[in-house]
Design a protein around this ligand. Structure first.
Ligand code: SF4
Length: 245
């Protein structure tokens, strides 16, 4: 079921803008049922493997793991590194991703005895800090894990979101990840289903329309280009660059 239409902050033009953005995309694409995955662990694995690659490549790598019955924390940690790398090869950057995946799962094994439910019982921002301390887990990956794996109410910012907001004049080139995250989280109800669907919608619109050469004439958000709201945000950090065409 689609999340209910969000109510923002009355009288705040940016809030109104973000809600209308959502409504138009939601009407256009419908419920995208993110994140695909048969289990919480599979969602975590997908969140690491999707860094800098298209989802179809991730699917192939996950399929390989399933064929070997390796969607298990102990399975991945105990499999020979070279064997695991070969299975993850379709996801690209397979050596780095093998290391990152093992780092994440070793963390779950060491701190929570491999119990993901226990891990997600932890307070969201405390857990986020811990995830960010794992080598290879950046803000976008950590937030995907929290939002889709842990069903926490946190907004995920990806390169498409940044590009679209920038093209619509809502942020500047140097706006940080956390400033963009705050932009949504300060103005929208904190509902996991809303944040999950909104991120999925932005990625879908980014892939189909807001490419390096934008297809504004076909994009459902084209009508917003003339009504952009400029927000006072500044910053230095760059976001992760996930499967951007
Ligand atoms: S393609 Fe054009 S209208 Fe669509 S989100 Fe990008 S800049 Fe906006």
């Amino acid at each position: 079921m689609n999340p209910a239409r969000p109510k923002g902050n009355p009288g705040d033009p940016a809030s109104d803008y973000l809600i209308r953005f959502y409504e138009v995309l939601n009407d256009h694409f419908g419920n995208l049922h993110w994140w695909p995955g048969d289990s919480t662990l599979e969602i975590l694995i997908g969140a690491v493997l999707t860094q800098n690659t298209a989802w179809r490549n991730v699917e192939q790598a996950i399929h390989n793991l399933k064929q070997k019955n390796l969607i298990r924390i102990d399975g991945i940690l105990n499999t020979d590194r070279a064997v695991l790398e070969a299975l993850l090869r379709p996801a690209g950057f397979f050596r780095v991703k093998t290391k990152r995946l093992r780092n994440l799962l070793q963390f779950v094994a060491d701190k929570y005895d491999g119990d993901l439910d226990r891990m997600f019982e932890e307070e969201i921002w405390s857990l986020r800090d811990k995830l960010l301390s794992i080598h290879g887990i950046g803000e976008e990956t950590a937030d995907c894990i929290l939002l889709y794996g842990g069903l926490k109410s946190i907004f995920v910012v990806d390169a498409y979101t940044r590009r679209m907001l920038e093209r619509h004049g809502l942020i500047g080139h140097r706006t940080t990840y956390s400033e963009i995250q705050d932009l949504f989280m300060d103005r929208l109800p904190h509902e996991q289903s809303l944040f999950g669907q909104y991120h999925a919608l932005l990625v879908e619109a980014g892939k189909r329309f807001c490419r390096q050469v934008p297809r504004c004439e076909a994009c459902p958000l084209g009508k917003f280009l003339v009504a952009a709201v400029k927000l006072p945000t500044t910053g230095k950090k760059e976001t992760e660059n996930r499967h951007v065409a």
